[in-house]
Design a protein around this ligand. Structure first.
Ligand code: GUN
Ligand code: ZN
Length: 428
């Protein structure tokens, strides 16, 4: 058993959602956090924690922010090698860059290499939990879960299911998607810190039969998450209309096949109809905002303030590699910029909450991760608030935590991540 640890710093403890009431008053800063057996025991003055755990090792990060690790609620680890590919919108981008690269993961050794490369990059950026699509090869999900397990990460993944409108080498069938997903659920779901997400890529690449089979599978395994894409681009919505002529709308292509529920994660969800918005809110499903992807692929502006007002559950995500960064700092910056274009600047507390507690809520993991609260797992980051000269000179004039943090949100990168702990164990 590892000895207890005390981390000193500015320990960020949200006391409520920063979307309810004054955002600036939604968190308190404690002096230290005590970690025992991989979990947070308590926070408070250093002297109190020393008394509580006299044999604890003390690690000092006094000028740093100690935060929950970032949680990326939607990503594609197989797209690591094609991130930042130029010049295409969604369908062309899939056909030109994404599908050929996903085909390369038919080689299990390459899938293993990319899974580890991806987790090296996300951990370096302070992300301690991701929910990722894999490829349609079942072994790509094994490769990811094995890589996450070897680092003791809490992680979500699923085999991407596609039985039409993709290259033959990536197609499964309704039956094989069901069988392979069921076998992966049996192997991985609830094993240690791992959670399975049933993963139809999006309606255009699944037949109604496949969507039905996956809806039935979800009903048999209701503790699984379900992740997919919804209403990302207007051309995509028109395509869905031609493929599902009797559906009421895009969401109905999922809903009518058993693929709408509170544990559903709907990536992008930008261009929703009033019925779709109302149903998603009523069910308590999560919309996952992917701001760098939405600007990079040219998809549109997700109206975070309106969706929060409507009562939606919302996660924040990179959407690597449609998204152009592995960093949740860069992702928060893009969410801020999109908020500005939609007429609502998000407060730094709101941005930070989305990247931690908000994404944890989207994944139904608030009891385990995303906050620094007694009993939760000690997946933490130490943020250097002066990681570059440009950020340091700006933070030096800040009057409070949020104005000290905002320059790091807007200009920070992996240099701001001074340390990462996974279940209390430092990663470097
Ligand atoms: N829609 C279907 N597949 C994808 C994907 O891989 N990335 C993005 N951004 N959208 C998608
Ligand atoms: Zn995606």
């Amino acid at each position: 058993m590892t000895p207890p640890r005390i981390l000193t710093g500015q320990v960020l403890c949200f006391t409520r959602s920063p979307f309810q009431g004054d955002p600036a008053g939604s968190a308190r800063l404690d002096e230290a956090v005590l970690i025992e057996n991989g979990h947070i025991s308590r926070t408070g003055p250093l002297a109190d924690l020393r008394t509580a755990a006299p044999d604890a090792r003390i690690e000092r990060y006094d000028d740093h922010l100690i935060s929950p690790g970032f949680i990326d609620a939607h990503a594609h680890y197989p797209q690591t090698g094609i991130i930042a590919s130029w010049g295409k919108r969604l369908r062309d981008w899939l056909e030109t860059y994404t599908f050929p690269e996903e085909m390369r993961l038919s080689d299990p050794a390459y899938a293993h290499e990319i899974a580890h490369r991806y987790l090296d990059l996300t951990l370096a950026n302070g992300t301690t939990t991701v929910a990722t699509f894999c490829t349609s090869h079942a072994h790509s999900t094994d490769a990811f879960f094995e890589a996450a397990q070897s680092r003791n990460l809490r992680a979500v993944a699923g085999k991407t299911c596609m039985d039409r409108n993709a290259p033959a080498g990536l197609l499964d069938t309704a039956q094989s998607a069901y069988d392979d997903s069921a076998a992966l659920i049996a192997r991985w779901h609830g094993t240690g810190r791992l959670t399975y997400a049933i993963t139809p890529r999006f309606s255009p690449t699944s037949t109604p039969d496949q969507l039905s089979a996956l809806g039935a599978l979800w009903a048999e395994h209701p503790t699984c998450l379900m992740q997919t894409h919804l209403s990302e681009q207007v051309e995509e919505i028109a395509w869905v209309k031609t493929l599902f002529p009797t559906a009421r709308d895009y969401l109905d292509t999922y809903e009518s096949h058993g693929l709408l529920g509170p544990r559903g994660l709907y990536g992008h969800a930008i261009h929703l109809t009033p019925r779709e918005r109302a149903r998603l809110a009523e069910v308590g499903a999560a919309l996952v905002h992917c701001p760098t992807s939405n600007t990079f692929i040219g998809s549109g502006l997700f109206d975070m303030a309106a969706r929060i007002h409507d009562g939606h559950r919302i996660g924040l995500a990179t959407d690597t590699g449609g998204g152009s960064s592995f960093s949740m700092l860069r992702t928060m910056a893009a969410a801020y910029e999109i908020g500005q274009l939609s007429g609502t600047p998000l407060h730094p507390a709101q941005l930070w909450w989305c990247a931690t507690a908000g994404s944890a809520d989207a994944l139904h993991m608030s009891d385990s991760i995303g906050t620094i609260a007694p009993g939760t797992e000690a997946d933490l980051v130490a943020i250097d608030l002066a990681s570059t000269p440009a950020i340091a000179q700006r933070a030096a004039t800040a009057a409070d935590l949020w104005s000290a943090l905002f320059p790091t949100i807007m200009m920070g990168d992996d240099r701001a991540i001074a340390q990462v702990w996974v279940t209390g164990e430092p990663q470097r």
